[in-house]
Each structure stands twice: as structure tokens, then as C-alpha cells.
Design a protein around this ligand. Structure first.
Ligand code: ZN
Ligand code: ZN
Length: 168
């Protein structure tokens, strides 16, 4: 997935806004439901390019508690450094970088993956109040109540629990 930066390099434009289909990014468990919005702004062009990038993803994934698919949005804005030589990248303290190819294009596939993976929640939740699944019967407790008594402790275990509680 490539973007041409020739217009920036020639100084004709400072800002680029595009939408791309990223279904083929192939991130496990993720379905992108909208085109990704990318906004690229350029501050300085020498041999290298300094700028900022803003990316907006909309996708569905499974809630880690109730296992239901839900829609989420990630927006990230960060500095980007686009270098014509790989060697310079090591020292740069910017958030993201990319390699400027000889024809004035950059390939943004890995960059998009990186931005997505840095920002995605480690424990995805459909809602902070998600009640999850009943550990006994498996119903989605957001949708229905069940008759399982999940608080109840086996009387034979009661003594053990008392002891454990004292330890804490
Ligand atoms: Zn949930
Ligand atoms: Zn239950």
C-alpha cells in the first residue's frame, strides 16, 4: 500500500488526506469496518521529510469478557520522520518513521500495522461495565440473568477460605 509524496517534495502541497481500504492488513481477530482515514502533514523537506500523521481506524473485535463482537475506534496523531536512508532512522526519537523510496513513494502498510498495534487495547472490552459470561452456565450476563449462584462457596471449602482470608 503506497502513497506518493512527490507533491510534498516539490513543495506543491503541505497536507494530504486519504482514505484507504485496509481489509488486507490481516491483523488477527480484527475486522476493519470503515476505510482507514490518514492525514499527513509536512513541516520540512530536505533530503528527509518531517511531518505529522493522524490515523483513524474503525473496527470490530471480540470483547475479552463476554466474547461478543463490538465496534471500536482508534485515533492516533504523532510525529513522523521519513528518511531517504535507512541508517538515519536509528537516532531519530520520533514516534514513527518510514523510508522514502527513490520514486518519491512510501509504503505505509507496516506503519499502519504498527500504529494500530501500539494503540489497540490489551484487554478489549465492549463496555467498562461488561459483566462477562457466567462461569457456570456460560450465558452473557449483559443480556440475561441466570440462576447460578456464583458467590456461593462449597461448605467444605468454607474453612479453607477463612484460613486464606486470614493470610491476606
Ligand atoms: Zn463484553
Ligand atoms: Zn449461570
Amino acid at each position: 500500500m503506497k502513497i506518493s509524496l512527490l507533491k510534498f517534495i516539490e513543495g506543491k502541497e503541505k497536507k494530504l488526506e486519504i482514505k484507504k481500504n485496509i481489509e488486507n492488513l490481516n491483523i488477527e481477530g480484527i475486522t476493519f469496518t470503515e476505510l482507514v482515514k490518514i492525514s499527513l502533514e509536512i513541516y520540512k523537506v530536505d533530503d528527509d521529510i518531517n511531518g505529522s500523521i493522524e490515523v483513524e481506524f474503525e473496527y470490530t473485535e471480540e470483547c475479552s469478557r463476554c466474547l461478543k463482537k463490538y465496534t471500536n475506534k482508534i485515533i492516533d496523531k504523532a510525529d513522523i520522520f521519513i528518511s531517504s536512508s535507512k541508517d538515519e532512522l536509528e537516532d531519530e526519537s520520533v514516534d514513527y518513521y518510514n523510508i522514502l523510496q527513490k520514486n518519491g513513494e512510501i509504503n505505509i502498510e507496516d506503519l499502519l500495522k504498527e500504529i494500530f498495534n501500539i494503540n489497540r487495547p490489551l484487554k478489549p472490552l465492549c463496555s467498562v461495565n461488561c459483566k462477562g459470561l457466567c462461569p457456570k452456565c456460560g450465558v452473557n450476563l449483559n443480556e440475561e440473568d441466570c440462576n447460578c449462584d456464583n458467590e456461593k462457596i462449597d461448605p467444605r471449602m468454607g474453612k479453607l477460605k477463612e484460613l486464606l482470608d486470614k493470610e491476606v
